[in-house]
Each structure stands twice: as C-alpha cells, then as structure tokens.
Design a protein. Structure first.
Length: 447
C-alpha cells in the first residue's frame, strides 16, 4: 500500500491527547497506572506524518488482548484511541470504508466524543451512506450543539437525502454560531440557488465575498446569476433555469473540501520535506490575503502550536477571537497553548470564556475540571466535573476523574460511588473484580 502525507494529525486529537497528559500528571502516582510505549511511539510517528509506522503501532494495540488497570482503565483508553487514530489515518489516505470501521469501533468504547461521531459521519458521506451519516452527525450535535463543521456536513447530508429545508436550517445555524465563515454562506447561497431564490442566493454569495474577497466560487456564482437574469431566461425552466440549477448542484457533488479536509491543503511533499512547516507557509500567505477570515487565523494557530511556536500560536488564536469573539475552537486552542507555556491561570480564564459562550458543552467543563485538579483546586474541580456529568451523565472519563478527586479529598464513599458508575459504563471490562476489591478495601480503611 502506498501512503501519502496529505494532512497532519487531526487537531481534535491533539487537544484530547494534551488533556489526557494533564490528567495523567494528576493521577501519575496512583498504583497500577500503566504506560503503553507502543501507543506513544505510534502517536509520535503520526505527529511526524509517518502514517505507515503509526498504523503498524496502533494495529499492534488493537490486535492484543486488553488488560484493565485498577484506577483508570488505560488499556481501554489505549484501545479506543488506537481505533480512533487508525480511523484518522485511513481517512487521510482516502480509504473511507476502513476509516469508518475504526471510528465505529472507537464509538462503541466511548461514544460521548462528538469528534468520533463527526468523523464517522464524514466517512459515511464519502461512502454515500447518507442515512447512517445523518444519525452519526445528529449524535455529534446532540453532544455539542455548537459543532459548526457537523452542522455544515449534516446540511450536505440532508441535501443528498433531498430534504432541502432541513439542510438550509443546518447552514443557518452554522452561520449564527460562526458568521465569519465564508463557506457556510456560500453553501447556503447554493441551496437558495437550487430553490431559484436568486436574490437570497446572491446575498449569501456576497456575504462570502465580504469575508473572503478571493472566494472565486462565490464570485463566479454571482456572475452566473447576473448573466442569467440579463438573458431573460429565468422563466424558461427547460433552458437557462436548468443550467443554473446544475451549476448550484455541483457544490454538493462531494462533501465540501474545507469541511472534509479542514486541517490544511493536500500538498505533495518532496522527500524529507516537513508537512507542518509547508502548511504553515500556506496559511501565513492565506492570512495575508484574507486578514479578516477568523478560520485561517485559527488554523494557522493550530499549526504553530504543533511546531511548539507557542507565542505565534497564541497571537493567531487571539486574532481569530478578535474577528469572531464567540469562536469556541479558537478559545480551546488558546487555552491549550497557554497550558503548554505554563500559564495555567490564563488557560483556566480562557476556558471560563468558552463556557460562558457555550455553557452546555460537557467537554469544556471536563477540561476545566482537569486544569483545576492540576492546580490543586480540588473543590473547583469537583464542581466542574459535576457540571459535565449533569450535561452528559454517560461520561466515563469524567466519572473516573471525579472518583479520583474525591479520593484526594478523603471522601471514600463518594469515590466508590463514582467508581461503581464508571464500571457500569463498561459492563464487560476485564478486571472488574480487582477494581471492586480495591473499592472495598478503601471503604474498609475509612470506616
């Protein structure tokens, strides 16, 4: 099989990986906590764009019997993340059937991550399994209602299912959340074009151009509408109208490119060339051409962060937020980068801003709780973990985290309660009795 370095590691994984590392610092001294060197090496290969070696490492993990740890089921964590990274690898390579199988396997272990559902839905779109894609994307949005990429992809899916009114609603919601994203205006304009609502279509294309003056497709569609109206063919459905509809339909031929590949251009690299560095150059040039395009600043920031250019990353995220103050993903990227620089308080403040903008996003409360626990503010950590579980009661990682912080507080009965709920989330978990024995021993010590 020939592998290519089309795209680097998905950014969503980078965030989860860093948060898990933070949590591991909190629980690192607890007994029985394991470390999987095969997984760590595979992740490093993936970060470097060495997909073949990464796939080999992740496959070793998913092919071996899993053994549970007592406190934190790291074997199951490594299994889920390995399935997830295999899905990302095959998605990058355009092998969508295998990618979908691995994403589905990851979802069976831990289905509360909206990113898993989104990427499974994306692969199903490429496989033209639109009914299944709709279910997965709807689940992603149930977990994170502000997930604009999932909204846009769900809109595309509804178009393919000939449910255009629902598609339009998805694009409108995406625009409401992120009004400075030109692609959403463009897609809604194409949808209006299919309905022959040409004035509304033209307005959306103009909105896209106002955000990104170099948006060639939007400029082309405006020209087509003007030419159509001037030719007087709008009342002849068999000629001009049908040609125009065909042009708008082409926008929905495949999943939109910026949604399908949101992490950089598909570039062919010379041997030994650095994929991340080349992508940074691409986005630096794009930002110069489109300085008011928040998504470009956000993506540039994520690539700076990958190269540990933290100050440049912070500046890019702040610029994205200056353009679009409600940009949740930019807030998360900024919080993560602050954390890498040791600015824990600034990271916490940024997550507070994100929660103020989107209070019903369980992962944000979980991340904030993790940072509070790392800082030693255990009571605040308990509050954030409880908030996350109030939004999403089926959140095993948060249940385990809450159990651990209750142990730090010496509240063994509360800790046992959350460990037992964690076990219920994994009814077929190996080592269940070992964990139960530990819970019992802790309760005996406290009595």
């Amino acid at each position: 099989m020939v592998y290519s370095n089309q795209n680097p590691l998905p950014l969503t994984f980078g965030l989860r990986y860093s948060i898990v590392c933070s949590m591991n610092q909190i629980i690192g001294k607890l007994p029985f906590l394991g470390h999987n060197s095969t997984y760590s090496k595979a992740v490093e290969h993936y970060r470097q764009g060495n997909f073949e070696q990464a796939i080999e490492g992740f496959c070793k993990i998913v092919s071996q019997p899993q053994k549970a740890g007592v406190f934190y089921n790291l074997s199951l964590f490594y299994l889920k993340e390995s399935y997830l990274q295999l899905g990302f690898a095959y998605e990058h390579l355009g092998i969508y059937k295998q990618a979908a199988e691995y994403f589905a396997a990851a979802a069976k272990i831990s289905g509360h991550y909206p990113d898993i559902r989104y990427h499974l839905g994306l692969c199903l779109c490429f496989l033209e399994q639109f009914d299944r894609a709709k279910e997965e994307l709807s689940q992603a949005l149930k977990l994170n209602p502000s997930y604009t990429a999932a909204l846009a992809l769900l809109g595309f899916t509804y178009v393919k299912l000939h449910r255009l009114s629902e598609a339009a609603e998805c694009y409108r919601k995406a625009i409401e959340i992120n009004p400075r994203y030109a692609d959403y205006h463009y897609l809604l304009g194409c949808l209006y074009g299919l309905w022959q609502q040409l004035d509304l279509a033209k307005e959306e294309f103009q909105q896209a151009l106002d955000i990104n003056p170099h948006y060639f497709d939007a400029r082309e569609k405006i020209a087509l509408i003007e030419q159509h109206c001037q030719s007087g063919q709008q009342n002849n459905p068999k000629t001009g109208c049908q040609n125009l509809i065909d042009e708008f339909s082409r926008a929905f031929a495949t999943p939109p490119i910026d949604i399908a590949r949101p992490f950089g251009p598909a570039v062919k690299l010379a041997e030994g060339e650095d994929v991340i560095y080349k992508t940074i150059l691409f986005y630096e040039k794009a930002v110069q051409l489109n300085p008011n395009y928040a998504d470009l600043h956000y993506r540039l920031g994520m690539y700076y962060a990958k190269k540990r250019l933290n100050q440049q990353a912070i500046e890019s995220f702040l610029q994205a937020l200056k353009i679009n103050p409600g940009y949740i993903q930019a807030m998360i990227g900024l919080a993560l980068t602050y954390l890498k620089t040791g600015a824990l308080d600034q990271s916490i403040d940024t997550l507070h801003r994100a929660i103020a903008a989107q209070p019903h996003y369980a992962d944000l409360h979980y991340y904030l709780g993790t940072l509070y626990a790392e800082k030693g503010n255990i009571e605040e950590a308990v509050g954030e973990f409880n908030q996350a579980l109030a939004i999403n009661p089926d959140y095993p990682e948060c249940q385990a985290a809450l159990a651990m912080v209750y142990e730090k507080l010496g509240q063994r009965e509360q800790a046992a309660h959350w460990w037992n709920l964690y076990l219920k989330s994994y009814p077929h978990l190996e080592g269940r009795e070992e964990i139960r024995q530990y819970i019992g021993s802790q309760l005996d010590e406290g009595s």
